[in-house]
Design a binder for this molecule. Structure first.
Ligand SMILES: Nc1nc2c(ncn2[C@@H]2O[C@H](COP(=O)(O)OP(=O)(O)OP(=O)(O)O)[C@@H](O)[C@H]2O)c(=O)[nH]1
Length: 436
């Protein structure tokens, strides 16, 4: 599986995981906590008797906290109910600030159609609860008794409000009027507002609430951080990959350059082989044709003078016959080297065939070409070739002029050479002239 596919599968998995993490965040983050009356917190019956009323409460032994209550008419707001104290000192309660839902398992019978649930929060900011219970903040909600289904009612803590009478009674500053649950010291379930007089029964079995160790905001932040970290990781990996691709491409391009260079050298070698005589290193017939063609083009374009010098070894057959064919070969190679070493770089030597050479002299008039030929003749005649062989050569010289095509100039040089041979060899003959 390639990098791209792996990446796409990982991305898809990450998207699915993120969607699941967001969708099931409640289930993942929330953990249910159960409180049963008396374990570990104390449950108490409460009534308006503490406000001077004469409603009567009795606790019936049995499962849960079973309370019977006769609501009687004396106190202005008769009430009765159950109080669950999280701290008997009314100081250090439980922190429900991250709790959203709370479920009460409760059986209720009575003439009132509403019940009150109160979460009393203590804080030095609005009173000293150990001296006066009432000073704990009155976070409360009034629920309809119909909302108790199968003995259970679920409360959303965001729907709680702070009782106005409590704000007024304790002269609480308006900015403290929002519900707070960070130190709940008491949970109270009582008869609702203006409950009718009569007999009531409350049975509180248990309380369950969901705690969230990580807030939803923090959960989203974690998901986003993971995405960010993965994106950075991906970019980093991509950077590494790109670097390796660039390195590979550089390597490949370097190798290609090397191959090209080798091919260039080889092709130059091939061109040279195709145009060079292997024995003497001079141009071969094909190379000479190219050289002559180029020289002719230059001559036509710029009218630069062009001299041709034909060189033919004298009695070469005798060299072969006397010293062997290989010695003859060495003489030919030595002659070519001697000539090349004593002419200008622009003068090009080719082997016309057998023991015959053609020296193409650019920018050279006939007298200069004759002078070059004479210089070479003397050099050849005075040179000791391999095996201390001595030879002479004959030279026929001609020069390009506007009236003749090249083949006629060449023929003139050939004719001059013939005359040099006929004239006794080891001499230079120029076209139209005698021996130099
Ligand atoms: N060793 C050697 N001999 C060659 C080569 N090419 C041609 N020859 C010989 O060169 C000789 C040329 O002989 P000829 O044409 O009779 O001319 P020559 O003996 O030089 O006499 P002149 O040119 O009249 O002075 C022949 O014997 C060829 O075999 C070569 O590449 N190597």
């Amino acid at each position: 599986m390639g990098f791209r596919w792996r990446f796409e599968y990982s991305l898809l998995s990450m998207v699915l995981l993120s969607v699941a993490a967001v969708h099931f965040s409640d289930e993942l983050l929330q953990q249910a906590r159960v409180i049963r009356p008396g374990n570990p917190f104390i449950a108490e019956a409460m009534s308006d008797q503490r406000n001077g009323g004469n409603s009567e409460v009795t606790r019936v032994p049995g499962a849960g906290f079973d309370l019977r209550c006769a609501l009687r008419d004396r106190y202005r707001y008769p009430y009765c109910g159950i109080a669950l104290r999280f701290d008997p000192q009314l100081l250090k309660g439980i922190d429900l600030s991250e709790v959203r839902r709370m479920r009460l398992w409760l059986d209720y019978k009575g003439p009132a159609s509403t019940l009150k649930v109160q979460l009393r929060n203590a804080s030095p900011a609005y009173g000293i609860p150990q001296t006066e219970n009432e000073s704990a903040k009155y976070n409360h909600i009034e629920i309809n008794t119909d909302s108790v289904h199968n003995g259970m009612v679920e409360l959303d803590l965001r729907n709680f409000v702070v009782a106005n009478w409590w704000m007024q009674q304790f002269h609480v500053a308006p900015h403290l009027g929002r519900p707070e649950f960070d130190n709940v010291i008491t949970l109270e379930i009582t008869t609702g507002t203006e409950a009718p007089l009569g007999n009531y029964r409350f049975v509180l079995h248990k309380i369950e609430y969901d705690v969230q160790h990580i807030s939803t905001e923090r959960w989203y932040l974690i998901i986003m951080s993971i995405w960010l970290a993965l994106a950075l990781l991906y970019l980093f990996m991509r950077l590494l990959r790109l670097q390796s691709v660039v390195r590979q491409q550089r390597q490949q391009s370097h190798e290609l350059q090397e191959i090209n260079r080798a091919l260039d050298v080889r092709s130059q070698q091939l061109v040279q082989m195709a145009t060079t005589d292997a024995l003497t290193g001079a141009f071969n017939r094909k190379g000479l044709e190219d050289v002559l063609q180029q020289a002719l083009t230059d001559w036509r374009r710029h009218q630069h003078p062009l001299g041709l010098v034909l060189i033919d070894v004298d009695h070469f057959k005798a060299v072969n016959d006397t010293h062997g064919h290989q010695a003859g070969d060495r003489v030919l190679a030595g002659l070519a080297e001697l000539v090349r070493n004593h002419v200008r770089g622009q003068d090009l030597l080719g082997r016309w065939g057998g023991e015959e050479f053609l020296l193409v002299c650019r920018d050279t008039h006939l007298p200069q070409a004759v002078a070059i030929a004479e210089k070479l003749r003397a050099l050849v005649a005075g040179h000791h070739f391999s095996g201390d062989l001595r030879i002479t050569a004959s030279f026929g010289v001609a020069a390009m002029d506007s009236d003749r095509p090249l083949d006629q100039v060449f023929a003139a040089a050939d004719a001059a050479l013939y005359r040099a041979k006929a004239g006794g060899r080891n001499r230079v003959v120029a076209e139209g002239l005698g021996a130099a």
